[in-house]
Structures are given as C-alpha cells and as structure tokens.
Design a protein around this ligand. Structure first.
Ligand code: ZN
Length: 94
C-alpha cells in the first residue's frame, strides 16, 4: 500500500512540474520576439522578453497613479491638470 502512495506522489509531482513549466513558457513566449533583429530567437531575446514583461508591469503601475502637484501658495496637493488651486483659489498657470 505504501508503494501505491509513493507512485501517486511521484506522478503528482511530475504533473505539477509539467503544468508549471508550461505556464511559465506561455507567459514568456507571449512577449518573445526577435528583439535584436538578428533573424533568430535566442537567449538574448529570451532575456529581453522578460525585461519587456516587467517594464509593462511597471508602466501599468505608473499610469494608474493620478498625476499631482503641490500648490506653491497653500502647500495642498492638487491634480496636475488644474489651472486654479481648489483650496486657496491661486492661479497655478500651467
Ligand atoms: Zn493653493
């Protein structure tokens, strides 16, 4: 009976590894292109693909933040695209 459990454990481990590797390969390949233009996809393109993936994640985080600026007259934080400070009414030019 313990042999059965051992075989089940080994099979489960192998299947888990295959599933994880497949997911990672799909994740990387979705952004893998011939980025250095040498006509083949090699290790350099593999690294570039990972970098592009992380850059996209960083850019998404930055675009979600609303841009703000500080009013020089009352020190309140206001949206970057306003012309008049909503707190003190000062003209922020822009
Ligand atoms: Zn102000």
């Amino acid at each position: 009976m313990s042999l059965f459990y051992a075989m089940f454990f080994i099979a489960f481990t192998i299947i888990s590894i295959v599933v994880v590797v497949t997911i990672i390969r799909t994740f990387i390949r979705s952004n893998m292109k011939d980025t250095n233009g040498d006509g083949k996809i090699d290790a350099n393109d593999f690294i570039n693909g990972i970098n592009i993936q992380f850059n996209n994640i960083n850019q998404n985080n930055e675009t979600e933040k609303p841009k703000t600026k500080k009013c020089p007259y009352c020190d309140s934080i206001v949206k970057d695209d306003v012309f008049v400070c909503p707190n003190c009414g000062a003209n922020l030019g822009n």
